[in-house]
Design a protein around this ligand. Structure first.
Ligand code: 48F
Length: 257
């Protein structure tokens, strides 16, 4: 059989376009493919919801690949072990209440299981704005990351979602856009972003799950972004809170759709 480059190009264009068109109107849109966003997407897809995740970078996984200062090990507490077990990730007990997993196995397994169960992941797309109608967040405005990086004057694409989840980690990018542009009072103490506090793993791990919630109509936060929005400490290479927070937001949204 002779290979035809044009057929290869056509196959990719047709197939990708079909996926992109389906992603234009969904139940849930998640921004950011770190551990929190991926786990959130996994549980939503598992519940049969139409869910897409947009990731700026070439690879998903966010800050999990690098473990602790590039040592690819991550630490979990007991409460998150059940989630790792559900994904079939190898977990080793280090001491009472301290569990370790290989960050590369953890990222790749969560991603693989999430995609296989139905989460649609689009890499290389950056969220640059939101769609708001009647004071409710109801969609996203995206552009190719390459366009963003090259600072090109190219208009973006818009998609609609019943719920939007900000899982962009420390920068809380979507929440910042809403704060800056919408005039909507956020459900924080000040009505604005509270900002992330200095490192305190024990407090941060609990806070992140508590802070994972609705910020304004149609808009939720999970992962490190939740502490940046509601004011909680960062916590370094301990990742249990990220997984628990992603699952919590999935459950919240499932109960509302
Ligand atoms: O940073 P990230 O891993 O967030 P997370 O899931 O987990 C935090 C931990 O990795 C770590 C930590 C552990 O104690 O503190 O930081 O809360 O993943 C966020 C992802 O969002 C993408 C970004 O490239 C990363 O992969 N992202 C950020 N802004 C945008 C975005 C955007 N505007 N559009 C698309 N993707």
């Amino acid at each position: 059989m002779r290979l035809d480059e044009i057929k290869i190009s056509r196959a990719i264009i047709e197939s990708y376009t079909e996926k992109l068109v389906k992603a234009l109107d969904v139940d849930v849109a998640i921004v950011g493919g770190g551990p929190a966003g991926m786990v959130c997407g996994y549980y939503l897809a598992k519940a049969g919801k139409r869910v897409v995740l947009f990731e700026r970078k070439l690879s998903i996984g966010g800050g999990m690949w690098g473990g602790w200062i590039m040592f690819y090990e991550i630490v979990f507490m007991e409460s998150a072990k059940k989630i790792l077990d559900e994904f079939g990730i190898k977990v080793r007990q280090y001491d009472k209440g301290y569990y370790l997993s290989d960050s590369i196995e953890t990222v790749s397994t969560i991603c693989s299981k999430a995609v296989k169960i139905g989460l649609k992941i689009f890499n290389l797309l950056s969220v640059e704005d939101v769609m708001i109608r009647e004071k409710r967040v109801c969609g996203l405005v995206l552009n190719w990351t390459a366009v963003e990086m090259a600072n090109l004057h190219v208009d973006p694409i818009t998609m609609r979602a019943k719920f939007v989840v900000d899982a962009t980690g420390h920068p809380a990018e979507v929440a910042r856009i809403i704060e800056r542009k919408s005039g909507i009072r956020l459900k924080t103490k000040s009505g604005k972003l509270m900002g992330e506090q200095s490192m305190w793993a024990e407090v941060g791990e609990d806070a992140i799950v508590r802070n994972s919630k609705e910020v304004c109509p149609g808009f939720y936060v999970c992962g490190m972004c939740a502490n940046a929005v509601f004011g909680g400490p960062r916590m370094g290479p301990i990742f249990g809170g990220m997984l628990l927070s992603g699952r919590k937001i999935a459950k919240n949204i499932i109960s509302k759709i």
